[in-house]
Design a protein around this ligand. Structure first.
Ligand SMILES: *Cc1c(COP(=O)(O)O)cnc(C)c1O
Length: 400
């Protein structure tokens, strides 16, 4: 068979036009370096949208995947499988929570959490307790339930009608929180650090008030840790330093070490919410993905990657502050471990293209935010290369 040319033209012919792909084809990776088909090496400050926590080609991950694939690739949830049990036990230990449900993607974890919240609220005996709330500027996914919670119109325009009995609370606005939640509220979904929204963290007073209101109205707090979780912010869960005490936690992106895997973890309060046949998935908790997840979590521990996320995150923050003092194009820097947002005075797309030309992969989100989500194993030298490249781009831009 003749090999297809991997070009934009072929791409346009083959696929629906929903992805604005970068004009590069990639073949493999080494550590934080992603390598193109033509041999070009890119410093990857994006890690497959926050997925590749260990970077590329981690031997432990590859071995775990190979060993499990040789034994059993799939059997379905009709059976019990050791890798699922081991990963579930690890997640319960890390969270201190009670029960796990595995799915395949972030949006599916959110769907499961919405279903659990509605069913749990229904069990309270109040037929009107169905409302699921989220925060302005949030992102929870693309399937109908998750999309209905997602803030920005650009994701939902044209796809209406969305799920009924949903609503939005203005981010970090305590007065708005107080007016929106009520006895009708089944759950409030939060990203403690908003990712797609441009790296914004919920304030401590907002979390504290949310917990008080939960006490008053009896609803669930659902933490979407899909992007911020698994160590990226320096703790395994980004809610821990703020003591958010969620009833349900959703994990995905890095959870399967690059394979599709997500989880919903629930507290004792919701431990019995589902009954047999209530919810399920054919692939969810795939044993190869779970084996990769175990290897990923073990590597985070072994290599002290959460400490590294904190240390390198602070280092990058410090260096970015210096750049901000030098370049007026930088308006604000927000950083929580290795979740970093740089607000600039124009569309961040411009900087994504410039950085790409200099061999550094960064990402634009929320229109004018440059987002960095490097692998958790990034070194100081690699981080410095990214800083130098940004410095160069801002300087060249001002020189005209
Ligand atoms: C990426 C993301 C999702 C959706 O995950 P998918 O795997 O793309 O469905 C949901 N919530 C947050 C916070 C995310 O970053």
């Amino acid at each position: 068979m003749k090999q297809l040319p991997i070009t934009r033209e072929t791409e346009q012919k083959l696929f629906f036009h929903n992805y604005a792909r970068l004009p590069i084809a990639v073949s493999h990776g080494e550590g934080v370096w992603l390598v193109g088909d033509d041999g070009t090496r890119y410093l990857d400050m994006l890690s497959g949208i926050g997925v590749n926590a260990l970077g590329y080609g981690d031997k432990r991950l590859v071995a775990a995947i190979g060993d499990q694939a040789a034994k059993l690739i799939h059997a379905s949830n009709l059976f019990m499988m050791q890798p699922q049990f081991e990963l579930a036990a690890k997640l319960l230990e890390l969270s201190g929570l009670s029960k796990v449900f595995f799915a395949n993607s972030g949006t599916e974890a959110i769907e499961a959490a919405i279903k659990m919240a509605r069913k749990w609220a229904g069990q309270s005996g109040d037929q009107h307790k169905k409302e699921v709330l989220s925060l302005s500027n949030c992102f929870h996914g693309r399937t109908y339930g998750a999309l209905s919670l997602t803030a920005k119109a650009k994701y939902s325009d044209g796809f209406e009608p969305l799920l009924p009995e949903t609503g939005m609370i203005t981010f970090n606005d305590i007065a708005d929180l107080e007016t929106k939640v009520s006895a009708k509220t089944a759950a409030v979904f939060i990203e403690v650090v908003q990712g797609e929204g441009g790296i914004h963290r919920i304030s401590q007073p907002f979390i504290d008030r949310l917990k008080e209101l939960r006490q008053q109205y009896n609803f669930l707090i659902v933490a979407d840790e899909i992007q911020a979780g698994c160590g990226r912010t320096g703790t395994f869960f980004s809610y821990s330093p703020l003591n958010a005490d969620p009833d349900l936690v959703c994990l995905a992106k890095p959870l399967g070490g690059g394979l599709p895997l997500s989880a919903v973890i629930g507290s004792e309060k919701v431990a019995d919410v589902l009954s047999y046949g209530n919810h399920g998935t054919t692939f969810g908790g795939n044993p190869v993905a779970c084996a990769a997840g175990i290897a990923m979590i073990n590597a985070i521990d072994e290599d002290k990657l959460m400490e590294n996320a904190s240390a390198i995150g602070s280092y990058i923050h410090e260096k970015l502050q210096l750049l901000a003092a030098k370049h007026p194009q930088i308006l604000e820097i927000r950083q929580y471990g290795l979740m970093i947002g740089i607000t600039v005075d124009k569309e961040a797309k411009y900087y994504v293209e410039q950085a790409l030309q200099k061999g550094v992969l960064v990402n634009a989100t929320s229109v004018n935010v440059i987002r960095l989500l490097p692998p958790l194993c990034i070194t100081r030298e690699e981080a410095q290369k990214c800083i130098n490249t940004l410095d160069e781009i801002f300087s060249e831009e001002r020189a005209g």
